[in-house]
Design a protein around this ligand. Structure first.
Ligand code: MLC
Ligand code: AMP
Length: 507
C-alpha cells in the first residue's frame, strides 16, 4: 500500500476536480485536476533527468506555483525534496550539496553558471533551472509529458524531505522527514483547525521552510481546500486580498506589519475564520493589539522542523496570549529537567526542557547518528531545546531556549555561524552575537565586538566582512563595540548580560 503524502491527499480530493487548488491574484493558477496533471508531468521530468526513488532533489528557486508542483512531483517520483532558502550564498550551498549529495539541483536561471560549478565540485550529477515565470530548463522537460504518473509507492518511514537546520555548534544538520511525519501532521492540523473544502488560505510564506511548505500547503491539500497564492508577504497587498480568503498563516512579523496598516479594522476581518501565528513567539502585546483592533484572537501554535507542529491554542475555546496551547492530536509532550542526562519529569508549572513524541517526530539527522542520539531519546522523545512549562490550565508556555539561537522574522539565526566569521576579521579580538528586542523582526541580530588593542574596526568593516558569506537575513542589523565581553568563572560569555545592557538598541 502506498503510504506517501500524495496518496493520503488522493483520499481527500474534492469531488469536483475543477475546484481551484491554487489561484494567483491575477486569476491564474491550478485547479485540482490541473495540479494532478502538472505534478505528474514534473514527476516524469524528474525521472527523465535521472532522479531515482530515494534520491535527493535540492531546490533553490524563487517562490512560484510551479515550485509547488515541483515539490509535489518530487514526492510522486518517490524522491526526497530538499528545499533551500533562496537567500543562501554559494558558501552555504556548497555545504548542503556536498552533504546531501542530491542527484539533481534545481536553481534559478540567473544562478545556472555558478550552480554548475558548484554541482561539479560537490558531485551533483545534474542541474536544471526554474524561474518564477515558468522560464528555465526544467520546464522543457515538463512540457508535453503525460498527464498521469504511476506514483512510486512509499512506506510511512520512507523519507519525503530533508530540511537543514543550522546547529548551535558546528555543521548544519539535515532533518530527515518521512511521509508518515507529513501525513500525521497534516491530519492533526485539519482536525485541530477544522480545515475543510470550503477554506481558502492566503499563502504569503516562503516555501523553503516547514511553515510555508508543510503546514500551509499539506494541511489545505489534505482537506481539499484552496490557496490564494502570493510570492511574498506585503502587508498592504495581503490586507487587500483578505476578502477573498478566510484563513491566514504567518509569522509574528506578519501581524505586527498588518497592525501598521490603518485599513486593518473589524470590518476588514469580519469574514475571516482563523489567523494563525507561529515560528517565533507572538508577544502578548501584539496578540492584545490585534484583538483590540479587530476583535479576533490570533491562534498561536508551536512547532519546529524536526517535529512539525506540536501544540496549538484551541480553535474552540480560549486562545491565551503568551501560550502555545495544548499538544495536537497524537502528540505527547513532557517537561524534563535540562540539567539531568536521563529524562527526569518536572512537576506541572516548573519550567524545563520541552520534549515531544509522536508520529510527527522526524527520523533523525541525515548521516549524523551521534547528533541524532544526542537529541532523540531511546524512548522516542525528542529534546526540542525549547524551555517551557505547562500551566495550571494545561496550556504550554515557552519561556526561553537552551539552544543559542535567534529568531528574526521567523528565520533562525545561529550566533556561532556569525561569530566564527567575525572573529577572523581584521582588528577583531572576539565577538558575541545576540538577539535584541526588535519591533519588526521580534529579535534583531546584533554583533557585539571587541577590537584588538590599538585597532578600531568600524561597523561597516564588520558588515562588509560578512557580506557574501552568509544569507542577508542573517547579517547583523547593528554592530556595537565593547571593551570586553562579560564572562563567568568558567570563561563562558554571559550573553544575558549583553542582552540586558543593549536591550534598548532598537527601541
Ligand atoms: C528579510 N530580511 C530579514 C528578514 N527577512 N532580515 C532579518 N530577518 C528576516 N526574517 C532582510 C533582507 O535580507 C533584506 O535586507 C531586507 O530585510 C528586505 O528584504 P525583503 O525580502 O523585502 O524582506 P521582507 O519581504 O520584508 O521579509 C520579511 C518577512 C520574511 C518577515 C516577510 O522574512 C518572511 O516571510 N519570514 C517568514 C519566515 C518563515 O517562513 N519562517 C518559518 C520557518 S519554519 P538587505 O540588507 O538585503 O536589504 C519554523 C517552524 C515553525 O520556524 O514553527 O513554523
Ligand atoms: P525551526 O528550527 O526553524 O523549525 O524553528 C523551530 C523553533 O522555532 C522552535 O524550536 C522554537 O524555538 C521556535 N518556535 C516556533 N513556534 C514558536 C512559538 N509559537 N513560540 C515560540 N517559539 C516558537
Amino acid at each position: 500500500m502506498n503510504q506517501s503524502l500524495f496518496a493520503a491527499v488522493g483520499e481527500h480530493l474534492p469531488e469536483d476536480l475543477n475546484k481551484p487548488f491554487l489561484r494567483t491574484p491575477d486569476g491564474g493558477g491550478y485547479s485540482y485536476a490541473e495540479m494532478l496533471r502538472s505534478s505528474a508531468q514534473f514527476a516524469h521530468a524528474l525521472v527523465e533527468l535521472g532522479v531515482q526513488p530515494g534520491d535527493r532533489v535540492a531546490v533553490q528557486v524563487d517562490k512560484s506555483p510551479e515550485a509547488i508542483m515541483l515539490y509535489l512531483g518530487t514526492l510522486r517520483a518517490g524522491a526526497v525534496y530538499l528545499p533551500l532558502n533562496s537567500g543562501y550564498t554559494s558558501d552555504e550551498l556548497s555545504y548542503f550539496l556536498g552533504d546531501a549529495e542530491p542527484s539533481l539541483f534545481v536553481c534559478t536561471p540567473a544562478f545556472e553558471e555558478q550552480a554548475k560549478a558548484l554541482a561539479e565540485q560537490c558531485g551533483v550529477a545534474r542541474v536544471a533551472t526554474l524561474g518564477q515565470h515558468c522560464e528555465g530548463s526544467l520546464m522543457r522537460h515538463v512540457e508535453g509529458k503525460p498527464a498521469r504518473f504511476a506514483d512510486v509507492a512509499r512506506s510511512r518511514d520512507d523519507l519525503a524531505a530533508i530540511l537543514y537546520t543550522s546547529g548551535t555548534t558546528g555543521r548544519s544538520k539535515g532533518a530527515m522527514i518521512s511521509h508518515g511525519n507529513l501525513v500525521s501532521n497534516a491530519r492533526a492540523l485539519v482536525e485541530a483547525w477544522g480545515i475543510t473544502r470550503a477554506d481558502w488560505l492566503l499563502h504569503a510564506l516562503p516555501i523553503f521552510h516547514i511553515h510555508g511548505l508543510f503546514v500551509a500547503i499539506n494541511s489545505l491539500l489534505m482537506a481539499g481546500g484552496s490557496l490564494l497564492y502570493v510570492d511574498k508577504f506585503d502587508a498592504a497587498q495581503v490586507l487587500g486580498l483578505l476578502p477573498q480568503v478566510n484563513l491566514l498563516m504567518g509569522v509574528p512579523t506578519f501581524y505586527t506589519r498588518l497592525l501598521d496598516q490603518p485599513g486593518l479594522t473589524r470590518e476588514a476581518v469580519a469574514h475571516m475564520r482563523l489567523f494563525v501565528s507561529g515560528s517565533a513567539p507572538l508577544t502578548a502585546e501584539t496578540h492584545k493589539a490585534f484583538r483590540e483592533r479587530t476583535g479576533v484572537a490570533i491562534l498561536e501554535r508551536y512547532g519546529m522542523t524536526e517535529t512539525g507542529m506540536n501544540t496549538s491554542n484551541p480553535l474552540d475555546g480560549e486562545r491565551i496570549a503568551g501560550t502555545v496551547g495544548f499538544p495536537l492530536p497524537g502528540v505527547e509532550l513532557r517537561i524534563t529537567d535540562p540539567a539531568e542526562k536521563e529524562a527526569k519529569l518536572l512537576p506541572q508549572g516548573e519550567p524545563g526542557m520541552i520534549e515531544v513524541r509522536g508520529p510527527n517526530v522526524f527520523r533523525g539527522y541525515w548521516r549524523m547518528p551521534e547528533k541524532t542520539a544526542e537529541e532523540l531519546r531511546g524512548d522516542g522523545f525528542f529534546m526540542t531545546g525549547d524551555i517551557g512549562f505547562i500551566d495550571d490550565k494545561g496550556y504550554v508556555q515557552i519561556v526561553g531556549r537552551s539552544k543559542d539561537m535567534i529568531i528574526s522574522g521567523g528565520y533562525n539565526v545561529y550566533p556561532k555561524e556569525l561569530e566564527q566569521i567575525i572573529d577572523t576579521l581584521p582588528g577583531v579580538a572576539e565577538s558575541a552575537v545576540i538577539g535584541l528586542p526588535h519591533r519588526d523582526f521580534g529579535e534583531g541580530v546584533t554583533a557585539v565586538v571587541v577590537a584588538r588593542p590599538g585597532e578600531a574596526p568600524s561597523e561597516a568593516d564588520i558588515l562588509a566582512g560578512l557580506d557574501g558569506h552568509l544569507a542577508r537575513y542573517k547579517q547583523p542589523k547593528r554592530v556595537v563595540f565593547v571593551d570586553a565581553l562579560p564572562r563567568n568563572v568558567m570563561g563562558k560569555v554571559q550573553k544575558n548580560q549583553l542582552r540586558e545592557r543593549f536591550k534598548q538598541l532598537y527601541a
